[in-house]
Write a protein that binds this ligand. Sequence first.
Ligand code: PLP
Length: 409
Amino acid sequence: MSRSNSDRPVAEADCREDFPEHISTLAVHAGEARQKVGDALTDAIFCASTYSFESTAAVLEYIEKKLPREEYGRYGNPNEKTAEKKLAALEGGEDAILYSTGMSAITGLLLAKLSAGDEVVFFDECYHRSREFCTKHMSRFGVVTRQVKTGDYEAMEAAINANTKLLVSESPTNPHLSVVDLEKFVGIAKKHNVETLIDATLGTPYNLRPIAAGVDYVLHSATKYLAGHNDLLAGVLVGRTAQLEPVRKLRGILGAINSPHNIYLLLRGLKTFELRMQRHNENGLAVAEFLEAHPKVERVYYPGLPSHPYYDVARRTMRGFGGLVTFTVRDADWKQTAKVVDSVKIPRIAPSLGGVESLIEQPLVMSYFDYPPETRKQFGIYDNMIRMSCGIENTQDLIDDLKQALDQI
Ligand SMILES: *Cc1c(COP(=O)(O)O)cnc(C)c1O
């Protein structure tokens, strides 16, 4: 690991107090019963849609005493309970709620917390579907969304009024990798008595600790680094039990629960979470450094590079900087840029990120092709931009591959 070998910028900062050393122990063991069904070492998958009671008396006892047990599959299942405990432990939070996708987690929180007349303030680089849900749909129920420039804390504070309930940001953002100053973000929220949500999907509990910084709700698309194998969709919200209680109740109504089979895969993926993150961090930095030194590359966005506008904030708030690297190709139009994407042999062309397989895409083509040029410019999406999610492959193989792809233009 490059942490110990410091003749170049390090992939990971030395461990600090707010970054627990025991992430791998938690990833393997937290939330799991020591002795399991059938004496198996691994968890059984509970396929049940419903759970039986021995007698009417048992039903009444459950209702009156609220004994912790399952009832009907839409309200929970044993695999989900295990995953929720493990994810809460990894994040350092009191409680976690698992969802079928990252989007169902954020929409579940917003629907539970916001009512007509309430307002929410977003940093504008947040995941576009999250913002779209607010501007197009929460607006139909009388909720007002205000968007301010990412990193402009004065604008964020100025957008707060007596109706504001929630401040939302992603950290780091996608695809520009802007990093939130959690201290400032939480400071503003506390001053005005509003709650905070950080979408830490790109940060992960290995690289970022929003709960320790005082954030109320942490959201992950567990589809990405947490599950880590590009083989399932899942989402999770972490926070305090009391604050999450209405959110959990609403999930039971919305029905956005994940399936036990999927959750088994999530739990299996999580076992290697720390090992994967260490390699993602190493590959991300090495690829970013290679690209920055390449004459055909115009600009690299990676928060672990001193050239990144948020490098100082990233150094203060993150352990490592993850596997996502965005760059622009010098003097290339969208077709030449596509040629680079089409010439790589290892990364696959696909949306998504955070899995063991490297993925590559041209944001213009993959996500913004229908948008008018002015809107793309406003979002900072350029024709010559490429986003690569570095997987866990051999570092030099990824660099050699990018090198031969850049040689094609
Ligand atoms: C993918 C993603 C989401 C949405 O998660 P799904 O699991 O696809 O629903 C939300 N936020 C960020 C930052 C993401 O990358």
